[in-house]
Design a protein around this ligand. Structure first.
Ligand SMILES: [Zn+2]
Length: 201
């Protein structure tokens, strides 16, 4: 049976690049993939899946916290946000970027697609926020994904494995405070636990 995958990694671990490579490989074999990402804002290019390496593809659908999926055998549902997978054209894989921002409801909907459509769903995302706590979507994925894989990268400051997402405000690391700080220059970097906590190695 098809699986729900969660491939997590720190900032800059090439998650989107990995997603785009998987999509490319399927498409080279003339197999159909669907690309999904959460609706986050209305910025220009909000529906683009973009890797820091410079590659990008357009997402087929944006997901809202209440998005429901339609598939063969599912009772018709009401709701403003729906994605229809009842098309009989074969679908080989569903790829999801920035899955940490999905609602638990949508994660469960993705699980239903693996069961009822027998299509693998591969979700890419961060595990924890800059405070070190699980994102809502990542929490649900860790709870119900069939396969959990880490995409590794190195700490920005040393050569250990990055396990945290460090937030830097005007160049200074912070591990608490509000999600958004007005008027400050924010930067997120992959860091190891020592550099995150600023402990001597
Ligand atoms: Zn480090």
């Amino acid at each position: 049976m098809a699986k729900l995958y969660f491939r997590y990694g720190a900032m800059g671990s090439a998650k989107s690049l990995n997603l785009l490579a998987v999509a490319h490989n399927y498409q080279q074999q003339k197999k159909r993939v669907v690309l999904l990402k959460p609706h986050l804002d209305l910025r220009f290019g909000a529906d683009t899946i973009r890797s820091r390496a410079g590659l990008s593809m357009e997402a087929d659908h944006l997901l809202y916290p209440d998005t429901v999926f339609i598939y063969p055998g599912k009772q018709s549902v009401q709701g403003e946000h729906r994605v229809d997978f009842s098309n009989l054209e074969p679908l080989h894989c569903i790829l999801v970027d920035e899955a940490q921002f999905l609602s638990p409801f949508v994660i469960e909907e993705l699980q239903q697609l693996t069961i009822h459509c027998n299509v693998p769903v591969i979700c890419y995302g961060l595990k924890t926020n800059f405070k070190g706590y699980l994102f809502e979507g990542s929490k649900r994925l860790l709870e119900i994904a069939d396969t959990i894989e880490e995409i590794k990268t190195t700490c920005y400051f040393c050569n250990r494995k990055a396990t945290q997402n460090g937030k830097f405000l005007n160049g200074t690391p912070v591990i608490d405070g509000p999600e958004i700080e007005m008027g400050a220059e924010e930067r997120y970097l992959p860091v190891c636990k020592y550099c995150y906590l600023q402990k001597p190695l």
